[in-house]
Design a protein around this ligand. Structure first.
Ligand code: FAD
Length: 462
């Protein structure tokens, strides 16, 4: 399908009359704000932006794009916009106002509209003693995160968020609203569960888990101790139970006035963890790490809705360059390679380099699971640096690549759907066995790639 802007003034007027949400085109005052992704380095220039306020708006936008021989890119927060192909000639469909969340405490199910952020779910769920498999940042969108798998603080115990999706409501590339669940449209449900989906998701239903307070927090060490801390953490992860998910995080804190004084402008090696258990058993569990003598120890019993603070992710949109990779393992030699790139003696503009411990439930294929039934990798690497001025982008990008290259000997067989920011097709970020099935589903429902997905399914099977 060709993407071309064939919308004339009267067609746009008809589109505006058909939808309740905002419709913007280049040159209009609200266009730049409507097309802006979370990462401010992204400069997509779609021909039309529709900000959908309802399912009906989504249907109208899809039908309009079809009628005008344009493609359409669904997007919520824009946290995952970096790997998107150029949107010239396409419709950008933002779901940001669609943030209704309904919790069914008896069934432990949440129904979440496509524009919701995780914070919209975890707070009402916690009121019922329930937790969702939320992202580590509370501002990430539920839809994009879940369609790409979804790795959060409860992942080693409950797996990927995608495999807890029980139903999806979506508008197909033909503009029809369908519900996909175990009994209806099982292929569409499978594709939603970690394969990027086929169509525009308007709502997801997902299993919640009964979780009270957790023992969770951060151990801050001065960056000079990075090697010692990473080696100790790696050794500790080898026997850590599934009830604990942890991250080793090398952070260079910017000297910004809003950062607390003890942290401002400093650099740390941090161990972050969330443990599904009480304070006594938690303290015993982390004792080998606490014994190292952190400068700051924030471990305490906290509500699941407070987990979003542990990793100190930025909340406001910002310009940054980042990238990630799955690591089959993270042995001593890999630690040394990472320390050489971002440890105390490295001259690096990267603000945050993290290694997440995977395994546990993530390693066990979910019976009847989706496009990512499990993760065949022991660890996840993600490195990122802010680029406050455009001239820094090249240098920061080069450092990100250098970190990824340094750990290349330990890379797993495929990349992480949600963290690989190098534009790549779905084949590069899915378990190899899943890609042929995704190709077949895409061929059946969207043979002309009408939907622009952050991970395109090339080639389409005949
Ligand atoms: C600060 C930060 C922290 C992060 N933390 C985590 C983390 O802890 N765990 C994790 O797994 N990932 C994490 N990520 C990665 C994140 O999950 C991906 O970037 C994800 O794509 C974001 O989803 P979104 O809806 O917010 O983004 P968007 O950019 O809005 O969407 C990303 C893509 O998802 C698809 N999509 C979105 N909405 C729809 C829809 N309604 N219908 C069909 N397709 C849709 C589209 O292909 C779209 O391009 C993080 C990213 C950032 C920037």
């Amino acid at each position: 399908m060709n993407s071309k802007n064939t919308i004339g003034d009267s067609d746009l007027e008809a589109l505006r009359l058909a939808v309740a949400g905002q419709v913007s085109v280049p040159g209009q005052a609200d266009y730049d704000q409507a097309r802006q992704a979370w990462n401010l380095t992204v400069d997509e220039r779609p021909s039309v932006v529709v900000v959908a306020e309802s399912v009906s708006d989504v249907v109208e936008a899809v039908r309009y794009a079809r009628t005008h021989d344009m493609r359409i890119a669904p997007q919520g927060t824009g946290h995952g916009a970096v790997p998107l192909e150029p949107l010239d000639g396409a419709v950008l469909l933002r779901t940001t106002p669609m943030r209704q969340v309904d919790i069914d405490p008896a069934a432990s199910i949440a129904r979440v509209e496509a524009g919701a952020k995780w914070q919209d779910v975890v707070v009402p769920a916690a009121e019922h003693g329930l937790a969702a498999l939320a992202g580590i940042s509370p501002n990430v969108g539920v839809a994009g995160y879940t369609l790409g798998g979804g790795l959060g603080w409860l992942a080693r115990r409950y797996g990927l968020a995608a495999n807890s999706v029980t139903a999806a409501e979506l508008v197909t590339p033909l503009g029809e609203l369908v519900r996909a669940d175990a009994a209806h449209e099982p292929d569409l449900l499978w594709a939603v569960r970690g394969g990027g989906g086929v169509g525009v998701v308007t709502a997801l239903e997902m299993q919640l888990y009964r979780v009270g307070e957790l023992y969770a927090g951060d151990l801050f060490f001065p960056i000079q101790r990075t090697a010692e801390v990473l080696h100790a953490w790696r050794e500790w992860t080898a026997s850590a139970p599934d009830d604990v998910t942890s991250i080793a995080h090398i952070v260079r804190v910017p000297p910004l006035p809003e950062v607390p004084e003890g942290l401002r402008g400093r650099a740390f090696a941090i161990v972050e963890a969330a443990y599904l258990g009480d304070a006594d058993s938690g303290a015993e569990l982390i004792q080998p790490l606490r014994r190292l003598g952190p400068e700051l120890d924030t471990f305490a019993m906290i509500a699941p809705s407070a987990l979003g603070e542990l990793n100190m992710d930025p909340t406001d949109p910002m310009p940054a360059k980042g990238d990630g990779a799955f690591l089959a393992d993270f042995p001593a030699a890999a630690i040394d390679a990472l320390v050489a790139e971002v440890g105390p003696d490295a001259e690096t503009p990267l603000n945050s380099v993290e290694v997440r411990h995977l395994g546990g439930a993530l390693a066990r294929p979910v019976p009847g699971g989706g496009a990512q039934p499990s993760i065949d990798a022991g660890y996840l690497l993600y490195a990122v640096g802010a680029t406050p001025t455009p001239d820094l982008a090249g240098a920061v990008g080069a450092h990100v690549r250098a970190v990824k290259d340094a750990l290349a000997p330990w890379r797993a067989g495929y990349g992480p759907y949600n963290f690989d920011e190098t534009p790549a097709g779905a084949a590069a970020v899915l378990p190899p066995a899943s890609f042929p099935r995704l190709q077949e589903i895409k061929a059946a429902y969207d043979p002309d790639q009408f939907i622009i997905c952050s991970r395109p399914v090339w080639p389409i099977r005949p």
